[in-house]
Ligand binder design. Structure first.
Ligand SMILES: Nc1ncnc2c1ncn2[C@@H]1O[C@H](COP(=O)(O)OP(=O)(O)OP(=O)(O)O)[C@@H](O)[C@H]1O
Length: 462
């Protein structure tokens, strides 16, 4: 056979082989898709895709990192962070998405669906992400007869072998940091309140007896709208608090270096209605921290107090309001007497806050409020314990302007001068001014009623 005929024959043979291979692939695919049960079909395709991705990584110089959702018994933080991070930057090329929402949150979570590939670039390297899900350990729940299954999920993170060190060194850390920022922005804040009326039946010597639950924080959604912009407070003082909080949040390494727990204590003092609670709300909204509102009257013993405190999370504020009115918080000489009515003691609280609690978590703010700073035990307010003391005072001219702008959107008015002069002579709380501003819908009437209120107060004081 001449060389041309020989070449044509081998080309024909090549095409025939390719055609029969393609036909076989189509046949196998048709059989799998049309004749096999769905479960088996899924299993086969997931095995095929695994084999292909393994082959691909062998042939090309790629590295694959597996990030599972569980790490032993614990949740894997990197998996969680990756979910957040990728959900925030899904490209339009991803065809199938997964959406979810918690009952009490406004936030809708969007992530890529199983098997979808998402690419991301970082420091000049390209990373490919693919999510896999497998349900495991199907078993019947004896109590309700429902089937339960453990969900195993993992990400396959692939990159070129030469970028492996970027992935290990900085990319994963970058994802952890970014995820924190995303979470903080989307987070619905929670207000936890302790109460005593939670009971649980426990079996003891064949009898069900009601037992008080040791840990009983009840969470609710925290939706207080107060911010530093709407809080009526002296400008410098407000700036000082904002700067102090910002510094605190950035000082993880600093606290580590000096060997101190990463916590900060605030004592807010001043007459009723001057905005102590409002400041706490503004702080929580600024920090994006949950609030644990501890009502000491509901706590029966130091032991319960310790358990409650140990069940508070990081990045949170522990608030004890009106600490002077709580019997336990009065001067320590009275502690012996106090112990008979309640076993919670001031030293118990302080020792625990300074000791075990501080070392069991980080990024905590403790806030005590009082209307009577002079009544507090010196142990409570000694330096180093409550780091920042803030006096919330009566309404000043600048605070009044913030309130007028918040409530009626007015920044200037012919009667402002008179009000400012009166505020220099009489004591009116921001709550009283706010009350007058809320009562009237008309701005002029509101201003007028404030002037009347201030004159009345002046007369009374004279
Ligand atoms: N500084 C302020 N800025 C803006 N609004 C304020 C301020 N102070 C008081 N108010 C208004 O008055 C209401 C009561 O104030 P708040 O509860 O914050 O005062 P407080 O000092 O915590 O009072 P108490 O000591 O009685 O708990 C608030 O809901 C808010 O509407």
């Amino acid at each position: 056979m001449d060389p041309i005929s020989q070449a044509m024959a081998s080309t024909k043979e090549y095409f025939a082989t390719a055609a029969s291979l393609a036909a076989s692939v189509i046949l196998v695919r048709t059989v799998i898709n049309n004749f096999l049960p769905a479960d088996l079909r899924r299993l086969i395709w997931s095995l095929v895709s695994e084999v292909i991705s393994k082959l691909r990584s062998r042939l090309s110089n790629t590295r694959t990192i597996i990030i599972e959702n569980h790490h032993g018994l614990n949740y894997n933080e990197i998996f969680d962070a990756a979910m957040n991070y990728l959900g925030d930057k899904i490209p339009p090329t991803v065809r199938r998405l997964r959406v979810s929402k918690n009952k009490n949150d406004n936030h809708i979570e969007i992530t890529i669906a199983d098997g979808e590939v998402q690419t991301d670039n970082f420091e000049g390297a390209q990373f490919r992400w693919r999510l896999h899900t497998k349900l495991q350990n199907q078993s019947k729940d004896h109590d309700n007869g429902h089937r339960s299954a453990k969900k195993n999920q993992w990400f396959e993170l692939t990159c070129n072998g030469k970028h492996e060190d970027i992935a290990a060194r900085s990319y994963l850390n970058h994802i952890l940091d970014e995820s924190k920022v995303i979470k903080a922005a989307a987070k619905t804040l929670r207000l936890y309140i302790n109460n005593q009326n939670h009971w649980k039946n426990r079996k003891f010597e064949n009898h069900w007896i009601p037992m008080e639950l040791e840990n009983h924080w009840t969470p609710t959604k925290f939706q207080h709208p107060m911010t530093f912009d709407t809080l009526a407070m002296e400008t410098e003082l407000r700036q000082m608090v904002e700067e102090d909080l910002t510094r605190f949040m950035k000082r993880k390494e600093y606290y580590k270096r000096i060997g101190k727990a990463w916590k900060r204590g605030y004592l807010l003092h001043g007459p009723p209605g001057t905005g102590k609670t409002s400041l706490i709300a503004a702080m929580a909204n600024y920090l994006r921290y949950d609030i644990y509102y501890l009502d000491l009257k509901e706590v029966r013993s130091n032991n319960t107090l310790q358990i409650l405190l140990l069940h508070t999370s990081n990045k949170s504020m522990l608030v004890i309001e009106d600490i002077d009115s709580s019997t336990v918080m009065q001067k320590r000489e009275e502690e012996v007497e106090v112990k008979t009515s309640s076993r919670v003691t001031l030293s118990g609280l302080l020792n625990f806050i300074d000791g075990l609690w501080s070392t069991s978590g980080e990024e905590r703010i403790i806030v005590f409020t009082t209307n009577h700073k002079d009544r507090l035990d010196p142990a409570l307010i000694r330096p180093g314990r409550m780091d920042v003391h803030i006096h919330m005072g009566y309404c000043s001219p600048s605070s009044f302007r913030v309130l007028a702008s918040n409530y009626h959107g007015i920044d200037e008015h012919p009667l402002f001068r008179e009000i400012e002069e009166l505020l220099g002579k009489v004591e009116a709380t921001p709550a009283e001014i706010a009350e007058e501003l809320t009562r009237r819908t008309d701005a002029d009437e509101a201003i007028d009623s404030i002037i009347k209120l201030l004159h009345r107060k002046r007369k009374t004081s004279e």
